[in-house]
Design a protein around this ligand. Sequence first.
Ligand code: GTP
Ligand code: MG
Length: 567
Amino acid sequence: VVYKIFIYLIKICFEFYICVCVCVCAGNVFVSFIGSEDRTPKKKFSEVQKERREQAQRTVLIHCPNKISEKKFLKYLSQHGPISHHFFYESFGLYAVVEFCQKESVTSLQNVTRTPSMGTEAAIPFKSRFFNLKLKNPSSQTSEKSSIPCSNHSPPSSKKLSELLCYAESVDDQLNTLLKEFQLTEEDIKLRYLTCSLIEDLAAAYFQDCTVRPFGSSVNSFGKLGCDLDMFLDLDEIGKLNTSKTSGNFLMEFQVKNVPSERIATQKILSVIGECLDHFGPGCVGVQKILNARCPLVRFSHQASGFQCDLTTNNRIALKSSELLYMYGALDSRVRALVFSIRCWARAHSLTSSIPGSWITNFSLTMMVIFFLQRRSPPILPTLDYLKTLADAEDKCIIEGHNCTFIRDLNRIKPSGNTETLESLLKEFFEYFGNFAFNKNSINIRQGREQNKPECSPLHIQNPFETSLNISKNVNQSQLQKFVDLARESAWILSQEDKDRPSPSSNQPWGLAMLLQPSVVSSVSLAKKKRRKPASERIKNLLESIKSHSPENDTDTNGKRTVSTQA
Ligand code: GTP
Ligand code: MG
C-alpha cells in the first residue's frame, strides 16, 4: 500500500510539473506573440542607431584563410585590445567580423598592417578597416583541423520553408515561423552597420565629419534576409558644428563652390563619392551612378558582405519614415509577422520585384498593412496624427518644411486591446484589399482612414510626411488588378482552410504554405471550388449547362464565388 501511495504521489508530482511547464511555455508564447501584452521596455530608434553605429566604429572586417584556428586568430587580435564580440561567415571565402571593446584597438591593428605588394599590378594604398589575413606558416594552422562555425545570412530555401510551414501547428504558428526564418539576424544587422561605417571612412576623405546612415528595411525591422542596404550620406552634422562655434562680432564661413541648385549639389557629391568607391573602395564593385533619377543615387555591390547597396545623400525624410515603421513594428508583435507574410506572398506571386517598374514596392505593402491594422476594431495600430498628439517638445521634427513630428518613446504608447489572431488578420487583410475601392479612395496612415484620391493614379498611398506625394505612383492598373485578384483568391483559400486542413504528417501544403506557392493560389482555388460542390448541385449545374449553350451561363455554372464588399 505504501509503495502504491508512493508511486501515486510521484505520478501527481510529475503531472503537476508537466502542467507547470506547459503553462510557462504557453505564457512565453503569449508574451512573445501578442505584442499588446509585451511590457518589456523598448529602445528608441535613435538609441538603437547610436548604439549600433558606435559598435560598428570599433569593428573590423577580415578576409581569412579557409583553414584557420579560431583560438589562435582571436589570441593574435587580442594583442590590440579585448574583443567584445566576433563571428565568421562565408561569402566567396571566409570572413570574420571582430568587434573590439575600444576604438583604439582598431588603430593599433591598422598600425601593424602593411599595404600588400602586388607583383606586376599596383596597389592603391588605403588604410581601411577591411583587412586580408595571411598565414605565415599555413601548415601549423591547418593541422588543427578546427572547423569554424559560420553564421548564416541566407533565407531558407523554398523547399525548407515549405516543410517548416507544413509542420506548423496553426496558421499563427506559420506566420511566426516565417518571421523567424526571414528576419535579419543579429549578425546580419551588425554587418549592415559595419558596411555603412566602412563607406563612411571613404566618404570622410572628402567630407570630414560626415555620417553614412543606414535606412529602409535594414533598420525599420521589416527587412528580409538578403534585402538591399539603403544608406545615405548625411552632411548635416558638418553644418551644425560650424554654427555653434561662432562668437563675437564676426562670423566665419568656409569658402565653398556654389552650384545652381540643391539637386546639382547632390549629383556632384554623389558623382565624386561614386568615383571614389569605384577606384579606391576595397570590396566595392559594379558601381553605377544613377544621378538623373528623382532621387539621385550610387548603386554598388559590397562584395565582402554580399550586400547590394544604394547610396543617396541627405535623405532625412526617408530615415524618419524608417523610424516610423520601426515604431509601428515594435508596438505590436503581430505587425511584423503580418508584414513579412504579405511581403513573402507578394514576392512569391511576382507582385514585387527587385527591378524598378510598375510593381508595388515592399514599402507600399508595409503601408497597406499598417493602414489595415489602423482600421481594425479596436485598432491594432494608432494613426500618425495620434502619435503626433503624444509628442513632446523634444520629439519636434521639421525636415525641409515638412512636419515629421511624432512621439518617439514607444513605452508611452498604450498597447492595443485587440486580440485578433494572425490567421484572422491575414484573411481579413486579403478580404479588405480584395474589396477596397482603389478607384476612388486613397490610403492614408496619417489619418487612418480612406480619403478621396487627389489624383488619378490607380493606387494612391499618401506619403506620410510629404503628404502631397503618392508613394505608389509607379503602380499601373494591371499590377493593381493582379494584386486585387490574388488577394481575393487568397482570402477564399484561407476561408476554406478550416474545413479540410491536412494533418501535419501528410506533408501537404496548407494555410500560408499554400498561399506562397506561385501557381497554386489560382489553380488550387479553382480545383477546390469544383471539388467542394455537393454532388446534387454538380448534377443540377451539369443539366443546366447542357440545356443552355450560352457562354455566360457556362461561366455561372462554374460557381464563381461572390466576395462581400466592404464600405
Ligand atoms: P526592401 O528594400 O524592398 O526590403 O524595402 P525598403 O523599405 O528598404 O524599400 P526601398 O529599398 O525601396 O526604399 C528604402 C526606403 O526609401 C524605404 O524604406 C522608404 O523609407 C523610402 N522610400 C522608398 N520608396 C519611396 C517612395 O516612393 N517615396 C518615399 N517618400 N520614400 C520611399
Ligand atoms: Mg531597401
